[in-house]
Design a binder for this molecule. Structure first.
Ligand code: OXD
Ligand code: MN
Length: 619
């Protein structure tokens, strides 16, 4: 399987200029990074088994008990390589204006020189894997191709679960389909240029990290990290940062959104695309088992959606990924039984705890922790240790076809009925509100904010603006992204989806959550679906259309008196303060902020100031 001469395996060989260009590119990376061998990956069971065994033999994967967790493995990362590193994520567009104020811009030419220095010899002593993959089914109308070269077999195994990896991708590339070039090195060569040897470690990485996007040339270069979104370059780097730029240029959208099909008791299907900042329970919502009888949810995607206007004037979406890279802590039989079943086998776990009988555990998997564990760092752990047994950003990586709620036709584009924006807000934002117009929906998306979680570095709990939940993922100026959404809305006209905002996380004065969440979120989805079909009324408020009295089905919930009022309260004072913050936020984008946002903000302020006592204007 190893081709020391850097040539692809015979089975993958094809002639033609497109294939030659790919091979020339691979040879060029190899001559820079100097790997000992180059291996072309085809996702075959044999290759997967071989790489898995290699990692087990090297101590980089721990095989879990085959009875308790068949065909599953545990990886432990280095303690300083546990999350995406936004402070080292760069957008190298031609001008800083194209990257916009929310991205870290670097001059592309200077960055290329810097990266060349880093990658020179960075794979010495290692194997370089070439991973041709497709985002979306090969040849699908919204799909795109990519190639990742990486010196991490863990990355190859993860990509085999989360993308479509196979010989048909190489055939498509050979036939001339364009592809996105992505290059990854953990930055831990086993040999220096002078022959000095360096020991391998169970999680090789480098203390200096670069996650670099070149949007114009559609390239990603990542150095120094082996972790998740830093290293599985098809995901955040390509499917969001690069793809958002492709979408801007080609009239489509790449969004940080889950995708579900919600079916009503009458059998009507509603397709919903929902954007939430990292670690707001997207995977839970994507696998919801509705508490409302007769309603069902099918999972299409849990993290990323690519959306394109169709010939019939509707917005169609696919999940470009083929697997899940989900947050383990908090995932349990009560919060997400479907995920628990999904990861019962064939899963790679990273940074969870190990039980004495060869299974895995994390906070939230069972109400009581086991008496003894080996924690994510490899140290002995008991409930008295005072530290989490699993890292808060511990992950599971698994193919989506293991998910019991996966839609059988999840490969086909689906027409979107509703777009939902959510955040983690303990105050102000109501449980659900509908945007009265597309422009107001785009405004809702632009003003998403959330209290910080563990998915990226930073202080947990701090409020951060996360427009469209795309703050770390939009590959170009964020305000241009809003303008692009406005244009797509104009193009769709009456065919545009309805837009909503939700907030499962509002708290009462006692600091307790007001809404039970999880399966009960189906009640909110029901209201959204009923609004789409036009069968329930809504009332106006200064921040959007809210459910009319009795419109939200809360039967059987046993909410205390006043709870619904608290969930939907729109306090004019604090919303006026919020408007001031929003204005300051928009000012950061100067004249690129769409003018319609100023008009919406003005209207909102007037409505809040008027604080009309009787707001019940029925729609
Ligand atoms: C993720 C994230 O990993 O959003 O999905 O950070
Ligand atoms: Mn995400």
């Amino acid at each position: 399987m190893t081709n020391p001469d850097h040539a692809p395996a015979a089975s993958a060989t094809a002639s033609g200029p497109a294939r030659a260009a790919l091979e020339a590119w691979v040879a060029q990376i190899a001559s820079l990074a100097c790997p000992d061998a180059v291996v072309w990956c085809d996702g075959s069971p044999e290759q997967t088994a071989h790489l898995t065994q290699l990692l087990v033999d090297e101590g980089k994967l721990i095989a879990l008990d085959p009875e308790r967790r068949p065909n599953s493995y545990l990886a432990r990362s280095a303690p300083d390589d546990v999350a995406r590193v936004e402070g080292r994520t760069f957008t190298c567009s031609r001008t800083p204006e194209d990257a916009g104020p929310t991205n870290l811009w670097r001059d592309p030419t200077a960055m290329r020189t810097e990266l060349e220095g880093r990658f020179a010899g960075s794979m010495r002593g290692r194997t370089m894997y070439v991973v041709p993959f497709s985002m979306g089914p090969v040849g699908g109308p919204i799909s795109q191709l990519g190639v990742e070269v990486t010196d991490s077999a863990y990355v190859v195994l993860s990509m085999a679960k989360t993308t479509r990896l196979g010989p048909e991708v190489l055939r498509a590339i050979g036939a001339g389909v364009p592809w996105v070039a992505t290059v990854h090195s953990v930055g831990h060569p086993l040999r220096d240029a002078d022959g000095t040897l360096r020991d391998d470690v169970t999680w090789p990485c480098n203390e200096t990290k670069y996650i670099v996007q070149f949007p114009e040339t559609r390239e990603v270069w990542s150095y120094g990290s082996g972790y998740g979104g830093n290293a599985l370059l098809a995901k955040k780097c390509f499917a969001l940062r690069i793809a958002s730029v492709m979408g801007r240029d080609e009239g489509w959208l790449a969004e940080h959104m889950l995708l579900i099909r919600l079916t009503s008791p009458e059998g009507r299907a509603f397709h919903i695309a929902a954007a939430f900042p990292s670690a707001c329970g997207k995977t839970n919502l994507a696998m919801l088992q509705p508490a409302l009888p007769g309603w069902s949810v099918e999972t299409i995607g849990d993290d990323i959606a690519w959306l394109r206007p169709g010939a019939d004037g509707r917005l169609y979406a696919i999940n470009p990924e083929a697997g899940l890279f989900g947050v383990a802590p908090g995932t349990g039989p009560d919060t997400n039984p479907v995920a628990v079943e999904t990861i019962a086998a064939d899963t790679i776990f990273t940074n969870v705890a190990l039980t004495h009988d060869g299974d895995v555990w994390w906070e939230g998997l069972t109400p009581e922790p086991p008496g003894h564990l080996v924690d994510w760092t490899g140290a002995d752990w008991t409930p008295d240790s005072g530290t989490p047994a699993a890292h808060p950003n511990a992950r599971f990586t698994v193919a989506l076809d293991r998910c019991p709620s996966r839609a059988a036709d999840a490969d086909r584009p689906v027409p979107i009925d509703a777009v939902v924006f959510g955040g983690r807000r303990s105050t102000n934002v109501p449980l659900v509100a509908q945007a009265p117009s597309w422009a107001e929906g785009v405004f809702m998306g632009a003003t998403v904010s959330s209290e910080r979680t563990a998915a990226a570095e930073g202080t947990v709990g701090e409020l951060r603006r996360d427009p469209f939940a795309m703050l770390p993922f939009c590959g170009y100026d964020m305000a241009d992204h809003w303008a692009h959404w406005l244009e797509i809305g104009e193009q769709l006209g009456d065919g545009a989806p309805a837009v909503f905002q939700v907030n499962w996380f509002r708290k009462g004065e006692d600091g307790a959550l007001l809404w039970p969440g999880f399966r009960e979120n189906a009640r909110v989805l029901e209201w959204i679906a009923r609004r789409v079909e036009g069968s329930v009324r809504a009332v106006e408020s200064p921040v959007g259309l809210l459910p009319d009295v009795g419109g939200l089905d809360v039967r059987g919930l046993d909410l205390p008196p006043g709870r619904l009022d608290a969930l939907f309260a729109v306090d004019p004072e604090s919303w006026l303060d919020e408007c001031t913050l929003t204005e300051a936020f928009f000012a950061g984008f100067a004249d690129r902020t769409p003018p319609v946002f100023t008009a919406i903000l003005d209207d909102r302020r007037s409505a809040l100031r008027a604080a009309v006592p009787d707001q019940r204007i029925v729609h």
